[in-house]
Ligand binder design. Structure first.
Ligand SMILES: Cc1ncc(COP(=O)(O)O)c(C=O)c1O
Length: 425
């Protein structure tokens, strides 16, 4: 007997008892043909917090008031603006203040980190990544191999699900790491796969990678702000994430970068350098010799884009107030409820042609459910869109939906089920 029911009254009762329910009001919801939508695409672009405008307007006003003097005299001086975000971002990913900096964009950060941590030497030249990694990661890794005079075929090892399966087994990842052994230079995995929604066991992968002498890093685009992370405790060497998905920090907004404390003071570690990574006390002495700050800040190249940072700060303040553990608690339950509703619809229909490929175990997934729509995915997706469901389609045949704990409700999940029923019938 399930603890859930596929009824409006059950969903509304769940909403009434939801400790995070007030946060829905803190976001702007788009409309579709003047009607409210069911917004299930926080895994692609998070909604705008209503407070974001004030945070950005404040910096616009300060810019108008101070001009260049705002670098030091603005209410939040721009010289050190990024520091306002560090501790809050570090909490979201389970890191110390020294290990995190908000800077650049995701793919840029992946490149900067690979430059530091992918140092192929002798036979240790391999990069292990998940098959069907997000294309930007594939291109980044291919070009990193070329940067060292290697072909992608020589350097990159992809690991895929077994024949007939959709998910990569953790045991297969670990045994591949041991099999590669002293040929493995870096493991660079998505923490949570963008296509299937599978959350990987980052702690076990890191441990195994270190046992064979490799460095281990993660692309956390789909994990940051979605699942609880403990990058420091897991001993992850490096990580990068964007902030425009679960962290609601504006389209293409500033990204996050993590380097473990074990490495931040190592001046021998190659960093592509810029003046914003240089010793803060000496930055304006305009010396020719680069002296890296002993923190993740030393990976910063340029002075901070304050307007984008302001949008991220607005969102981080919400995360700080709510906390990742409350977000995770609701996320597990909300996603499980949506899964239940979809399965109910599927079981009651004679025309079912879809299957959820995301892991069933809540510990192996985040918010996202990926629906594999055998053969008819696009028409089904198009009907959902017409009915006001903002979901997302990924080639070749997956509909991705993500109920986001900060602004989605149980009623959204119930209403989605009703629309899905209509669509498949
Ligand atoms: C897993 C993953 N990696 C990388 C990217 C690329 O991000 P950006 O364009 O911010 O560099 C994305 C974008 O959606 C992504 O989902």
């Amino acid at each position: 007997m399930s603890k859930y029911q596929n009824t409006l009254s059950f969903a509304q009762e769940k909403d009434k008892n939801d400790p995070l329910r007030k946060w829905r009001e803190a976001f702007h919801f788009p409309t579709f043909h003047q009607k409210p939508v069911i917004y299930f695409t926080g895994n692609s672009l998070g909604l705008q917090p209503k407070r974001t405008k004030d945070y950005i307007n404040l910096e616009l006003d300060e810019w108008a008031k101070w001009g260049v003097e705002g670098h030091f005299d603005a209410k939040n001086p721009w010289f050190s603006y990024h520091e306002l975000l560090t501790e809050k971002a570090a909490k979201v990913v389970g890191a110390t203040k020294k290990e995190v900096v908000i800077t650049h964009s995701l793919t840029t950060n992946l490149h900067l980190l690979m430059v530091s941590f992918y140092r192929p030497q002798g036979k240790r030249i391999k990069i292990l990544c998940e098959g069907k990694a997000f294309p930007s990661d594939q291109y980044a890794l291919q070009s990193q191999a070329k940067l060292h005079g290697l072909t992608p075929e020589e350097a990159i090892v992809e690991i895929f699900p077994r024949e007939g399966e959709h998910l990569i087994r953790n045991e297969d990842i670990i045994s591949k790491i041991y099999e590669l052994g002293d040929e493995l230079a870096v493991v660079m995995f998505g923490g949570l796969n963008y296509y299937t929604g599978q959350l990987f066991d980052m702690q076990a992968i890191t441990e195994a990678g270190h046992k064979v002498g490799a460095k281990v890093g993660f692309d956390l685009a789909h994990a940051a702000g979605n699942v609880e992370l403990k990058l420091h405790d897991w001993n992850v060497d490096f990580a990068a994430w964007c902030t425009y998905k679960y962290m609601n920090s504006s389209p293409g907004g500033v990204a996050g970068l993590f380097v473990h404390e074990n490495h931040v003071s190592n001046e021998e570690l190659l960093r592509l350098a810029g003046w914003w990574g240089h010793d803060k006390e000496r930055r304006f002495l305009m010396e020719p010799q680069f002296k890296p700050i002993h923190s993740a800040e030393s990976w910063q190249l340029s002075n901070a884009p304050v307007l984008g940072m302001a949008a991220h700060l607005a969102s981080l303040d919400i995360f700080d107030e709510v906390g990742m553990s409350a977000i995770s608690k609701k996320r597990e339950d909300l996603t499980a409820y949506l899964e239940f509703v979809i399965n109910e619809v599927s079981n009651s229909s004679a025309h079912t042609n879809f299957e959820i490929i995301t892991p069933k175990n809540p510990k192996e997934r985040g918010s996202q459910l990926s629906i594999l729509a055998h053969g008819q995915g696009k028409p089904l997706f198009d009907i959902l869109t017409k009915e006001g469901v903002i979901a997302d389609w990924r080639e070749p045949n997956v509909i991705r939906i993500a109920p986001v704990p900060l602004y989605n409700s149980y009623e959204d999940c119930y209403r989605f089920g009703e629309i899905l029923k209509k669509a498949i019938d």
